[in-house]
Design a protein around this ligand. Structure first.
Ligand code: NAD
Length: 320
């Protein structure tokens, strides 16, 4: 098997490669060539951690495997980030493990790529103001990908813990854009694209806050009980996601669905828009992409990184 350590990922994986891998795998899912396995995600009763597996098989890209890991909220005391994961790839012809790849940076890059792909297809024309809700580890990656693949001129942001807003200001400065911390009603009326990336368990962005045309990439909710958006806002919008069953069970749309404010038929897989089977935004005032994070995204970026690492002689071969 090939081993690509976490420390090598930054030098190998580019935002462009992550964007292309995620866009391609969403398209493969929509064509029925690739599918995700049911997610296992458990509160293990130790260190408040959420641990689990996300896996799948892409018959077109021949990627089979899983990402194992999760969210350890107290990791700061170990000088580690809260997300810890490893991707394991298997040979679909034999079942033998073929690679182990550090999954931390890849998770951030593939999650940021997913919201950037959603903006490519769903953002209102001429989107210039990016609104950020959330200022944790992932937020900087989200902002970088949005700016790289969009035409934004300004970033505005809000965070439940204002002391963390400096991360957004610093990231915008690094990207050469002005940043302003604003209240949620200003954020909702001024931003053309909003990315929400918090670990909230209660709605933050309310229906009254948002005046369209707006695209919202709701990226923080990946577990039962988490919530960033008012269900009334969800019910008002045209809805897209990476994987419909995940969206309704562990994603942002779980709440509006449980309250019978939306039905599964109203949610479209983003891949359908990518392959031209759905018009996308159309005349909708508000679109929402519920990025729940699917195993196939992890496999796609990990497979790309293994190829890059082998090409550069960086991957280590081990017998198992
Ligand atoms: P982090 O711990 O670095 O930052 C947490 C963020 O959430 C901060 O903005 C913080 O102010 C806010 N927050 C913390 N507790 C909160 C609470 N009780 N109520 C409201 N807000 C709260 O986390 P991160 O690494 O930036 O990840 C943010 C979220 O994104 C997490 O929920 C994580 O599980 C999720 N995530 C989703 C995907 C995906 O594919 N959809 C991938 C990676 C991470």
């Amino acid at each position: 098997m090939w081993v690509v350590p976490e420390s090598e990922i930054a030098g190998l994986m580019t935002p462009e490669a992550a964007f292309d891998a995620v866009e391609a795998v969403f398209a493969a899912m929509a064509r029925g060539d690739a599918y995700n396995f049911p997610v296992v995600r458990e509160a293990i009763g130790h260190e408040d951690a959420l641990y689990g597996f996300k896996g799948g098989f892409d018959a077109s890209g021949l990627a089979l495997g899983l990402k194992a890991g999760g969210y350890w909220p107290n990791n700061q005391k170990h000088d580690l980030i809260n997300h810890q994961s490893t991707v394991f790839l298997f040979d679909p012809d034999t079942g033998r493990v073929s690679a182990a790849v550090g999954g931390n940076l890849l998770t951030a890059l593939r999650t940021a790529a997913a919201s950037a792909v959603s903006s490519k297809y769903l953002a209102p024309k001429g989107a210039r103001v990016l609104g950020m809700v959330g200022a944790g580890h992932q937020s900087a990656f989200q902002m970088r990908a949005a700016i790289r693949f969009g035409n934004f001129e300004k970033v505005i942001g809000w965070n439940p813990h204002p002391e963390m807003l400096s991360r957004l200001a610093d990231t915008a400065a690094e990207l050469g854009l002005p940043f302003e911390a604003v209240a949620l009603d200003r954020l909702g009326s001024e931003a053309d694209v909003i990315i929400s990336i918090t670990s909230s368990f209660a709605p933050i962005l309310l229906s009254d806050h948002v005046k369209g045309p707006t695209h919202i990439a709701a990226m923080g909710t990946d577990t039962k009980g988490k919530q960033e958006l008012d269900p009334a806002l969800v019910a008002r919008a045209r809805l897209f996601t990476d994987e419909i069953s995940q969206s309704l069970s562990i994603g942002e749309f779980q709440h509006a669905a449980a309250q019978k404010m939306i039905s599964a038929e109203e949610v479209t897989a983003l891949g359908k828009v990518i392959i031209g089977d759905h018009e996308g935004r159309g005349d909708a005032e508000i679109t929402i992409f519920d990025g729940t994070g699917v195993g196939l995204q992890d496999l796609a970026v990990a497979a790309a990184v293994v190829d890059l690492a082998r090409g550069k002689g960086i991957a280590t071969e081990m017998a198992i």
